[in-house]
Design a protein around this ligand. Structure first.
Ligand code: ARG
Length: 261
């Protein structure tokens, strides 16, 4: 009888130990042990990649959100979207606040030191944006002008490059809509913004115009960012490749960008 109780206790302890092992797995970024939801970090100031459409709804929509949901669902995950300033996104991956980042982010060498990237899913170019009556039609015209860029973006890096040959005054802001407002208010003479995003603004902001610079479309290409050595990178890449091959990605491009590429 006593032996039976001892055996029972031993088994309970073993079970407890196993359970403890099971729960010691790392939590997801959403703070739960729910393996089925991945948290996506993005900077929702970037239509049509990611933005909030109306004041009524706080839902973040856009090309990146659709792409994330499509890829994740093929892998059996749901997606929860978290809005973070662009300049804080790499850190949010490092600190485990989010599981991946889709934010029209370009896989630069500098960022690759801190995070891993998927293959490129969209290519774009830098555009110089200004008021139609600014007289700015080529890079040289920026000389001595105030140029706005998004903090922490490759456009900020581009502005620093330009500054080496054509002296400009660089100003940064956290959010793209703020940069647009500064141009409209006349505080910025121009801004460097990704062409796809800039063109989206031109339909509403009739007094703005722009021209692209640089002839390497990959210079501003977008990829998905993951924490270093995440096993998600390969999984997402595999599904991304399938979406490229079967036309699904193209469909999303047409839906959000009007099929330019
Ligand atoms: N492609 C640029 C970069 O990687 C800008 C991306 C900005 N994205 C955003 N959601 N605001 O620096």
């Amino acid at each position: 009888m006593k032996k039976g109780i001892m055996l029972f206790l031993a088994m309970m302890m073993l079970l407890g130990l196993l359970a403890a092992c099971g729960t010691s797995n790392k939590n997801n970024a959403n703070g739960s042990k729910d393996k089925k939801t991945l948290v996506m970090g993005t900077s929702a100031d970037y239509p049509p990649f990611e933005y909030v459409k109306t004041e009524k709804s706080n839902d973040i929509i856009g090309f990146d959100v659709d792409l994330a949901k499509a890829l994740a669902s093929k892998l059996g995950y749901k997606v929860q979207v978290k809005d973070i300033d662009f300049s804080g996104l790499v850190q949010s991956l490092k600190s485990g606040q989010v599981d991946f980042v889709l934010a029209g982010m370009t896989p630069t060498e500098k960022r690759k030191k801190n995070v891993d990237f998927s293959d490129i899913y969209y290519t774009a170019q830098h555009m110089i944006v200004s008021k139609k009556d600014s007289g700015i039609t080529k890079l040289d015209d920026l000389k001595g002008k105030t140029v706005g860029v998004q903090l922490g973006s490759i456009q900020e890096g581009k502005a620093n490059d330009i500054n080496k040959t054509t002296p400009i005054k660089i100003e940064n802001r956290n959010r793209i809509p703020d940069i647009i407002q500064e141009i409209k208010a006349g505080r910025f003479d121009a801004a460097i913004i990704e062409d796809t995003v800039a063109k989206g603004y031109f339909t509403k902001e009739k007094d703005l115009t722009g021209f692209t610079i640089g002839d390497n479309p990959n210079e501003a290409g977008s990829a998905i960012a993951f924490p270093k050595n995440s096993d998600l990178t390969a999984k997402f890449n595999k599904e991304l490749k399938k979406m490229k091959d079967n036309g699904e990605l193209k469909k999303l491009v047409v839906k959000w960008f009007g099929g330019e590429k």
